[in-house]
Ligand binder design. Structure first.
Ligand code: HEC
Length: 142
């Protein structure tokens, strides 16, 4: 019974959210959206690899993946693409700021991970996941 109530309480806010979506709609060309989705799937995969590496105590590997796939080194992936396939060009300034913040947080995490301190690393990783959440909670493309 207790568990059922918890489940219900967990689901309720989501239902409210679905009924009235307060996120800002950002219109992007289909090409930019496709590029963005591909990039997002890479971010998600990178996060999964990073967490697994942290669990295995492979701090250097976690740092390398974060820097290469999410950090400042991963910025500008669409630099040479045509305008309609560059997601960043179609983001409002605040959204773009969150994106840049995510790349910076990826590099900060890499630094923290290289120290070999798990608590510090996890703390730094929440700045990365926090950027995923902040953007997804604020903006939508459809
Ligand atoms: C600056 C905004 C922003 C940030 C930061 C961001 N996302 Fe996204 N994400 C989006 C938008 C917008 C979409 C929807 C794209 C579309 O379908 O048009 C999306 C879609 C996705 C999807 C679905 C892809 C699909 O196949 O449809 C995944 C998974 C995802 N994001 C993961 C992440 C992860 C993990 C992070 C953090 C490491 C992250 N995102 C950070 C804006 C963002």
């Amino acid at each position: 019974m207790k568990r059922k109530i918890c489940l219900l309480l967990g689901v309720l806010p989501c239902l409210t959210f679905a009924a009235e979506d307060m996120r800002q709609l950002v219109k992007m060309p289909l090409e930019a959206r496709a590029e963005m989705r591909a990039e997002m799937l890479d971010f998600q995969t990178a996060l999964n690899v990073i967490i697994a590496d942290l669990g295995d105590g492979k701090f250097a590997d976690a740092a390398n993946t974060a820097e290469g796939q999410i950090g400042l080194s991963a910025m500008g992936r669409h630099r040479n693409a045509p305008m309609n396939a560059r997601p960043g060009m179609h983001m409002p300034a605040d959204m773009h700021g969150i994106a840049r913040g995510m790349h910076a947080a990826g590099s900060d995490f890499a630094k923290a991970a290289r120290s070999g301190d798990l608590a510090k690393s996890l703390q730094a990783l929440t700045a990365v996941t926090g950027a995923c959440v902040a953007c997804h909670r604020s903006y939508r493309t459809q």
